[in-house]
Design a binder for this molecule. Structure first.
Ligand code: UTP
Length: 309
């Protein structure tokens, strides 16, 4: 059966982007004209996904509203003789795309949700026994040629009958301690698609020579749910998806990594620095206003150069 289900966890608090995210979900911040989450959904649809579950929370209802088909607005614009192209993007129903929503509950006495492992666990009844994709709602994989990263991951997952296939990219040595790091089998270490022998959450310097970081895309078999249930919470109370993946490896199951390719760019919108850069990159690609923005940036840089001694 082709993989047609995806789960997008969007229930995090987005605290690193405060105050921007106090009332606006991080995933709804614009990257160019479209919210980040819209780029994520487009990427999934292009890879053959037709049913998408958002694991959400009470502060994220704007995401549900965004994917509403909004036919009344479309009609109103058409009746006014105005350009309805932008609203036409929301013809998901006609394209056979279905959206589902569930909530990640914050346990009584806790102040925040229990992490990405707990968010994925909330998708168990939606997934049933099929293989499925997990895409974090605050990360975009953009550009490059077909097949996309996700298409290559799904093909590899099927071909190797893997339990888990992870999107991965090489980070610089000083960045290793900020990411979940995949340790590939030595003989496959240089390959674009390799088997993983260990996964280490934010390793300290010198723990591993691998620089292969987990990107925010996964393909899982339904067995991941049993592994998540068996994971002990970390010191901060969170249930890490990486711990569940490590359990798959320990049980001898095949876990693979597929690398982000030439021309593909990974945007992880976790903090303001990353967010500002993401916005500028997407705005510069805007067919209508991108060239104008580029002229503006050039003018600004020229003015800075004149002003600076
Ligand atoms: P992050 O850990 O990067 O986002 O999760 P966060 O928790 O929202 O951000 P900070 O650390 O407070 O700034 C990656 C993705 O997983 C979702 C987030 O919404 C984000 O899209 N997530 C995270 C959940 O759905 N549930 C969680 O418990 C944690």
């Amino acid at each position: 059966m082709p993989i047609d289900k995806a789960v997008i966890p969007v229930a995090g608090l987005g605290t690193r982007l405060l105050p921007t995210t106090k009332a606006v979900p991080k995933e709804m911040l614009p990257a160019g004209r479209l919210p980040i989450i819209h780029h994520v959904v487009d990427e999934l649809i292009a890879a053959g996904i037709r049913r998408i579950l958002f694991v959400s929370s009470r502060s994220k209802v704007a995401i549900e509203n965004h994917f509403d088909d909004y036919s009344q607005l479309l009609m109103a614009l058409e009746l006014d003789g105005r350009d309805a192209r932008e609203v036409g993007r929301f013809d998901y129903r006609q394209r056979g795309i279905e959206f589902f929503f569930t909530r990640q509950q914050v346990p009584l006495g806790d102040t925040k949700p229990l992490g990405t492992g707990d968010a994925v666990a909330a998708a168990e009844s939606f997934v049933g026994d099929s293989d499925f994709v997990v895409a974090f709602g605050d990360s975009i994989i953009h550009g490059g040629e077909e097949p996309s990263l996700l298409q290559r991951m799904v093909a590899s997952h099927d071909h190797h009958d893997a339990a888990c296939t992870i999107g991965a990219w090489n980070v610089s040595p000083d960045q290793v301690s900020n990411y979940g790091i995949l340790v590939p089998r030595e003989q496959e270490a240089a390959e674009a698609d390799c088997r993983v022998q260990d996964v280490i959450e934010k390793p300290a310097a010198g723990v591993t020579s691998s620089r292969l970081a987990i990107s925010a895309r996964y393909v899982f078999g339904a067995e991941i749910f049993a592994q998540i249930r068996a994971v002990a919470p970390a010191q901060n109370g969170e249930i890490y998806l990486t711990d569940a993946i490590r359990r798959l490896i320990e049980n001898g199951r095949e876990v693979r990594a597929v690398r982000v390719g030439e021309g593909e760019q990974r945007y992880d919108i976790g903090n303001h620095r990353a967010y500002f850069r993401t916005f500028v990159d997407f705005a510069l690609e805007d067919p209508e206003w991108g060239p104008d923005l580029m002229d503006y940036l050039r003018e600004r840089i020229k003015a800075e150069d004149v002003d600076s001694p």
